[in-house]
Design a protein around this ligand. Structure first.
Ligand SMILES: CC(C)=CCC[C@@H](C)[C@H]1CC[C@H]2C3=C(CC[C@]12C)[C@@]1(C)CC[C@H](O)C[C@@H]1CC3
Length: 378
């Protein structure tokens, strides 16, 4: 399988940076263990590179030029974001980097897996199919979907560390024959056209500089008659960019989640059609009348905890669980046990968490706008 088109020098540069920053931590047991074994200089470079896009750029002064500049640099912005955030994600959330719907009595990780099964079922993934996962993170969803359906999944990602971790987990779980993880920029995929039977993307294409651009790439590599399904991060049509409060929420989500420019629902639907897809279905799953909202783990509402086993998982995500962990990280950073920038990154994630909750509560943002499109047969 040909990896996506990245220049040779870019690949070598990224690999060298990955080695300098992460060393062998891709094989560490968990996010915490991995967090403490980073190269200090490379970590500082990643922090500087990422936060230069956001520091001292408040929402009230935001300009279209600034958004355009961030968008033009989406590839390095996203790569450095995940260099900084991956270990924290694993520590706080697990290996499937997405939200989900929750039902009564359903444990956290079961709900996460159900969200993945739902997408696989909706787009008709079957045993033996060749499937592409666009922006596969550390491979949590790909492993689950491979086990659930018996298909083969190729995971595409532009972050070397996440690829190393995804490969490590696949081997550990004995799934290496059903999974392949390849490095590449999803805006310039070099898979031949008509390669995959189905394509899915779970909360990943929001990192693209243009939804039409990324959906067009997906359209090209999908076989005629093949189906693409996506859970998209979008601002709802209630979002008003001239409203400062709305803008602060959007900017907080973008900064804390490595996103250069988030779109509205109407723009995403136009992008699917412009890419050539026959739109089979679209729905904001956050609007379903579920008993628990999708953002509850970050909101600190412990009354929503559904199983004893979840207490330990959820406590880390609450406002005070985050405050304890992030202040401890700050302390360890001061005494030189944690690399510089650990607290700054954690605090930026905490800002994202607050803005995600506010965006969900105020119906300004959704992380689960489901769109299903078919590539016409001829
Ligand atoms: C960035 C995109 C497109 C998807 C990732 C969605 C979620 C998995 C993350 C969004 C905000 C993240 C936070 C955490 C885990 C992963 C997210 C929920 C933490 C709970 C990790 C532990 C930290 O101490 C606090 C974080 C808050 C935000």
């Amino acid at each position: 399988m040909a990896p996506a088109a990245l220049e040779k020098e870019d690949k070598a540069r990224d690999a060298a940076f990955n080695k300098a920053l992460h060393g062998n931590s891709a094989k560490a047991k968990g996010g915490i263990a991995a967090m403490f074994s980073k190269g200090a200089d490379a970590k500082k470079a990643a922090v500087d590179e990422y936060f230069k896009h956001w520091d001292n750029k408040p929402a009230e002064n935001e300009t279209a030029e600034e958004r355009a500049k961030r968008t033009a640099e989406y590839a390095t912005l996203t790569r450095h974001y995940y260099n900084l955030a991956t270990d924290l994600y694993e520590y706080g959330w697990g290996q499937s980097f997405h939200f989900c719907r929750f039902s009564k009595g359903e444990p956290f990780y079961q709900a996460i897996a159900r969200h993945e099964h739902y997408l696989a079922h909706t787009i008709g993934i079957k045993e033996g199919m060749k499937v592409l996962d666009v922006g596969c993170g550390v491979g949590g969803p790909a492993r689950e979907i491979a086990k659930f359906t018996g298909c083969h999944v190729t995971g595409l990602n532009n972050n070397d560390y996440q690829i190393d971790r995804a490969t490590h987990y696949a081997e550990k779980e004995g799934l290496a024959n059903q999974l392949a993880f390849v490095k590449g920029d999803f805006m310039q995929m070099s898979f031949p056209e008509n390669t995959f039977d189905a394509v899915y993307a779970i909360e990943a294409t929001v990192h693209a500089p243009s939804l039409e651009g990324i959906y067009s790439q997906i359209f090209r590599v999908l076989k005629p008659g093949g189906v693409f399904g996506v859970y998209e991060w979008l601002m709802t049509d209630d979002y008003d960019n001239n409203n400062l409060h709305h803008r602060e929420i959007r900017l907080g989500i973008e900064q804390g989640d490595g996103i250069s420019n988030m779109c509205k629902v109407s723009e995403a639907l136009d992008a699917m059609r412009a890419a050539g897809f026959e739109l089979l279905r679209h729905e904001d799953l956050a609007d379903r009348p579920d008993p628990l909202p999708w953002y509850w783990p970050l909101s600190g509402e412990l009354r929503y905890i559904q199983s004893v086993g979840d207490i330990f998982t959820i406590v880390r995500m609450t406002t005070w669980g985050r405050a304890i962990a992030h202040n401890l990280a700050g302390l360890l950073e001061k005494v030189g046990l944690a690399p510089a920038g650990t607290k700054k990154t954690a605090d930026s994630l905490a800002l994202a968490a607050d803005c995600l909750v506010a965006g969900g509560r105020e119906h300004l943002f959704t992380p689960m706008y489901l769109m299903v499109g078919r590539k016409p047969s001829a």
